[in-house]
Structures are given as structure tokens and as C-alpha cells.
Design a protein around this ligand. Structure first.
Ligand code: 6PG
Length: 473
């Protein structure tokens, strides 16, 4: 018999995707360089299923129906190039290689162009949702040749998560590296979302002295309304968990250094290249970097003093302010992420459909949230909306929360609790809504020290002033 889908890389993601694909009616052939891992999978979860585990890439190629569909689930970077180099001589025109890792989108563009010369299709697909998502329904963001997508669509639609309206969380994203690009921005937003929640936790826990147990209840309650999302839900679960050894909340004994594998950093780097402002995402990346300087922070904490026990104000009012700040900041972060997607769509000619991307993110992925239904509606009504903050519903949602948002940021500042992401979201909002920013002074300075010239509000043209002569007058 011929198998319909191949998977190279049977780590937890590859292995769970194999089970998901088979469960949905597509027999799978799998291969892993690590023979022990392959055998364990064959004799364990794959036993009795239409999953064949083979010992070489050659056997994988022979077992597949044509055109072959092969998903690579190997670590991003050189392992992807190594697998492609191994498989390429065995492939035929029209075969489809799919990279399901968190690859850098420009690597995907390069690999796709190289394979296309031999008529081999290459699909770089974002896959979000972690191990459980891979098994029961991830969000999928495939990019590449449209005809390759046609050949993959039945499988991808079958295995994807489903939103509440029944729609599968997958759609063709765009050509070349578009799928991995969108996954990168998804991760940037994921960093922002996580950092905003962390700052609210810090504000309420360290600033207002609310215990982890009480916070678990609060987050669970917030998860019932406008903030409903996977990340809020798991935060409530996390805060509820007790450490078996110490009896303390587990979260309190976890080392406060956040790791990162690079997708958030890529989002920031690329946003700078594009000229797209994403201050909340940048603040989230920076906050992880700051957190990793643990020994410096420990030393500094002994010498750099903060404010003395400021009375924080009414507890219930501040909890409400925190909730409002979290939601408004989250809207600002999504506005930045979607603004970046719009800029990239132009720059790289990806022709991204922002409504469809919001739709894909509604279930299965890490940033799934009820807010995404509203993002979808906003782009449905106005596909070329310049900024989500200008959508009527989002505008009024932010307006209603504006006072609480400012109170939470001001109180955090007063208490000496760092709130890089919350404050960046608020500053983004204030900068975006300002008709006049102090860039006039920046331009004057540039002209003063470097004769870089400036333009005027009242006249067309480019001007230069001899500033010292002017100062002498
Ligand atoms: C997902 C996640 C996932 C990512 C992890 C870890 O959508 O399922 O984005 O792809 O690898 O969240 O990322 P960091 O190690 O950079 O935090």
C-alpha cells in the first residue's frame, strides 16, 4: 500500500501530528534519524495504526503516493537544510516538502526558490498550539505555491483546530515565506500577550500584595468575559498549582529568568527593517532580556533603592484598573502586530488577508482569544483598515478603559513595579492619536548638528537654518 503523508522528525510535535493526520484518515509514513525514538514511536503510540515507521529516507520516499507530501518537523536552522539536502535527490517534480518548524521566513524564501528550480514545491507552514495542539488541532499558517496548498488542503483542513463557528483554523496565507512570516508575528504577539499578563501579575502580587491563590481566582473570573483567552486560562491554572516539596505556590519557586528561542526577537528586528512600530512587542522581548540578567539584578537590588511604601489606593479600584489596562494594552499590541502584517504584505508582496489570519488564530494557537472574533469583524467591515484602534468597537473599548489604563500604569510607576509592555502600549496609543509629536524638535536638532534639513508646516520645500547664526540674533 502507498502512504498518503510523510513526516520526517518524530519528536513530540512530529509524533503528535502523525497521530492527528492518521486519525483523520490519511495513512502516515514516518522517519527519524534517532532510531531509538523511531522504534519507541512505532511500538508505542503508532502501534495498530496506519502509521509505518521506516529506517531510512529512501524507504520513506518509496512508501509514499505521488505527488509526495512530506512534512519536516525538525529544529529550525541547519537541520532543515540538512534534511532537504538528503531528500532532494530522491524527489520528483510536483512533490511537496513542508517545513512545519519555526523557520526564519527569509530562509524559507531561499529554500523555496532553490527547490522550485527542480520543480519541487515548498510550503513553509506556521504550526501553533504546542504538543496538545499538534495532536488534537493546531492552527496552521501555510505559505508557498498555491497549487501545493491545493494538494495539502484536505489534510490540513482535517487536522486543524476548529473555531466556535466550525471553521478550520487554516487557510492559504500567501506565496513564498508568507506562512512563516505570519507565524513569526504570531509569536511576537504571543510574547506581548505573555508579558502584559506577567506585568499585571507583578502589579497585583508584588505591588498590591495579592496572593497567587487569590490571583488564580481573579484570572479565572477574567477569563469569563472580554479577556477570555488561552493564555489567561493557563495563567489561572498556573497560579493555582502548589509545589509538592515546599507547599508554596509553584510559581513562587520558579527562577525569574525568561528564555527565548528567537521568534520574538526576529519580529522586532524585522519591524525595524520595515519601519513598523511595535513597541509592546519590543518591550516584551526586552523584558525577557532584562529578566535574564539575574545576577546583575540581584546585585543592583541591594544598592538601587525604589520608592518607599506608597499607599497604593483602593484595592478593588486598582484590580479593576489592572483588568482594564490589560485589555486596552492587548488591543494596542494586536493593533501593532496587525499593522506590521499590513506593512509586510506590501513590502514582500504577500497579499495577506488580515481577516482570514485573525480567523485562523481564533482556535488552536497560543494567542487564541475571544478578542480575535472582533479583529476578524473589524477587517471584514474594512479590509484596508489602517489601524485596529480606529475600528469603532475597539475605539470605544479603549475609550471606556482609558482612565483605568492610565491609573494602573501610573500606580505601577509610583510603586516602582516595572511595566515596560503596559506603558509601551499606552504610549503607543498616545503617540498614534497625537496630531503633533515632538519630532519637530528632533528635526531641528538634526538640522542643527548635521544640516540634515527639515520641512515646514506652512510652506512646501526643504529648509536648512544656520542655527548658530539664528541663536546669535
Ligand atoms: C506556538 C509557539 C511555539 C514557540 C513557543 C516557545 O505557537 O505553539 O509559538 O511555536 O516555540 O512558544 O517560544 P519561545 O521559546 O521563544 O518562548
Amino acid at each position: 500500500m502507498k502512504y498518503e503523508f510523510g513526516i520526517v522528525g518524530l519528536g513530540v510535535m512530529g509524533h503528535n501530528l502523525a497521530l492527528n493526520i492518521e486519525r483523520n484518515g490519511f495513512p502516515v509514513v514516518g522517519f527519524d534519524l534517532d532510531q531509538k525514538k523511531a522504534r519507541e514511536f512505532a511500538l508505542g503510540p503508532a502501534a495498530g495504526k496506519q502509521i509505518l515507521v521506516v529506517e531510512s529516507p529512501d524507504l520513506l520516499i518509496q512508501a509514499l503516493a505521488k505527488p509526495r507530501r512530506i512534512l519536516l518537523m525538525v529544529p529550525a536552522g541547519s537541520p532543515v537544510d540538512a534534511v532537504i539536502a538528503r531528500l532532494k535527490p530522491l524527489l520528483e517534480p510536483q512533490d511537496i516538502l513542508i517545513d512545519g518548524g519555526n523557520s526564519y521566513f527569509l530562509d524559507t524564501e531561499r529554500r523555496g526558490a532553490e527547490l522550485e528550480r527542480d520543480g519541487i514545491h515548498f510550503v513553509g507552514t506556521g504550526i501553533s498550539g504546542g504538543a496538545q495542539g499538534a495532536l488534537w488541532g493546531p492552527a496552521l499558517m501555510p505559505g508557498g505555491q498555491p497549487e501545493a496548498w491545493q494538494a495539502l488542503a484536505p489534510v490540513f483542513r482535517a487536522i486543524a483546530a476548529r473555531a466556535e463557528d466550525g471553521q478550520p483554523c487554516v487557510a492559504y496565507i500567501g506565496p513564498r515565506g508568507a506562512g512563516h512570516y505570519v507565524k513569526m508575528v504570531h509569536n511576537g504577539i504571543e510574547y506581548a500577550d505573555m508579558q502584559l499578563i506577567a506585568e499585571i501579575y507583578d502589579f497585583l502580587h508584588r505591588g498590591l500584595g495579592i496572593s497567587a491563590g487569590e490571583l488564580a481566582e481573579l484570572f479565572a473570573e477574567w477569563n469569563q468575559a472580554e479577556l477570555r483567552s488561552y493564555l489567561i486560562e493557563i495563567t489561572a491554572d498556573i497560579l493555582r498549582k502548589t509545589d509538592q516539596e515546599t507547599g508554596l505556590p509553584l510559581v513562587d519557586v520558579i527562577l525569574d529568568e525568561a528564555a527565548q528561542k528567537g521568534t520574538g526577537k526576529w519580529t522586532s528586528q524585522n519591524a525595524l527593517d520595515l519601519g513598523a512600530p511595535i513597541p509592546t512587542i519590543n518591550a516584551a522581548v526586552e523584558s525577557r532580556i532584562l529578566s535574564s540578567l539575574k545576577s546583575q539584578r540581584s546585585a543592583a537590588s541591594r544598592v538601587l533603592r525604589g520608592p518607599q511604601n506608597l499607599p497604593p489606593g483602593n484595592r478593588a479600584d486598582l484590580i479593576l484598573a489592572a483588568r482594564q489596562a490589560l485589555y486596552a494594552s492587548k488591543i494596542a499590541a494586536y493593533a501593532q502586530g496587525f499593522g506590521m502584517l499590513a506593512a509586510a504584505s506590501q513590502e514582500y508582496q504577500y497579499d495577506l488577508n488580515l481577516e482570514s489570519i485573525a480567523g485562523i488564530w481564533r482556535a488552536g494557537c497560543i494567542i487564541r482569544a475571544s478578542l480575535l472574533d472582533q479583529v476578524m469583524r473589524a477587517y471584514h467591515h474594512q479590509p484596508d483598515l489602517t489601524n485596529l484602534l480606529l475600528d469603532d468597537d475597539f475605539r470605544s473599548a479603549v475609550e471606556q478603559r482609558q482612565q483605568g489604563w492610565r491609573t494602573a500604569v501610573q500606580t505601577a510607576v509610583g510603586l516602582g513595579i516595572p511595566a515596560l509592555a503596559l506603558a509601551s502600549s499606552l504610549a503607543y496609543f498616545d503617540a498614534y492619536r497625537a496630531e503633533r509629536l515632538p519630532a519637530n524638535l528632533t528635526q531641528a536638532q538634526r538640522d542643527y548638528f548635521g544640516a540634515h534639513t527639515y520641512r515646514r508646516l506652512d510652506r512646501e520645500g526643504v529648509f536648512h537654518t544656520d542655527w548658530q547664526a539664528a541663536a546669535d540674533q
